[in-house]
Design a protein around this ligand. Structure first.
Ligand SMILES: [Zn+2]
Length: 238
């Protein structure tokens, strides 16, 4: 095997490693995870808002309950006094009766409001549970996705390591100055330091080189390095 063919093997290993590295960065699970994390953030905010509303309603209900107890006590007190037999003056009895009517109406209003509020509390309690469930499901989803991403990373890293060993082996057999030249060209040409010449087309950039130059290269047995004028890759004839 000429140096250049071996160099192309090195290129193939490097391309495989680059493809795997790109695959590792762009694992489909990552985009999905980002989406789920964003949904989780929104769900978290929604849960906070609905919990805030629930707490406020519970406070209002407690306040209303206290007011209802006070109003009920007032009704009882007025009622007790009205029927105690101690009040006999007609005017005072009339006033007590009017007071009792007012107090009972007030108590009735508070009780009605309390029932309405209890229905609201029940609804918002259910909303809190629903929001908590959504958030818990998303958290589970995040965990699963992270696990699968980590597993894919390990698998890809293992493949990269295996190819890395082959790469080292290939590089070891080549003249260091050729490898250095190749590395320099790779850096300038998005990872392509060596490319096959098929016919007169460079497979690195898919452009053609002059036919005369191509024939010379195909006929050359000296192992001399020719490069593509367009992309700079070392041209390899097999
Ligand atoms: Zn080229």
């Amino acid at each position: 095997m000429t140096d250049l063919v071996a160099l192309f093997e090195l290129q193939e290993h490097d391309s495989a490693i680059a493809a795997l590295s790109s695959q590792r960065v762009h694992l489909p699970g990552r985009a999905e995870l980002d989406g789920v994390l964003r949904s989780g953030q929104i769900a978290h905010e929604q849960l906070g808002a609905v919990r805030g509303r629930r707490d406020e309603l519970h406070r209002s209900l407690k306040l209303l309950d206290d007011q209802t107890h006070t109003a009920a006590a007032k009704v009882k007190a007025v009622n007790d006094r009205l029927y105690s037999g101690k009040v006999t003056a007609t005017r005072e009895l009339q006033d007590l009766q009017a007071d009792l009517d007012n107090s009972e109406r007030h108590l009735g209003e508070l009780e009605d409001r309390e029932i309405e509020l209890m229905v609201e509390v029940e609804q918002v309690d259910a909303e809190v549970i629903a929001a908590e469930t959504i958030l818990a499901d998303l958290a589970k989803n995040v965990e699963t996705l992270r696990g699968s991403i980590a597993q894919s990373e390990v698998e890809i890293d293992n493949q990269i390591s295996a190819i890395g060993l082959l790469r080292t082996e290939s590089a070891r057999t080549l003249p260091p100055e050729l490898v250095a030249d190749y590395e320099r060209r790779r850096e300038l040409n998005r990872g392509v330091g060596a490319a096959l010449l098929i016919g007169n087309t460079c497979q690195g950039c898919r452009l053609t080189i002059p036919a005369v130059e191509a024939s010379e290269l195909h006929a050359d047995k000296s192992g001399q390095v020719f490069s593509c004028d367009n992309c700079g890759a070392i041209l390899v004839v097999r």
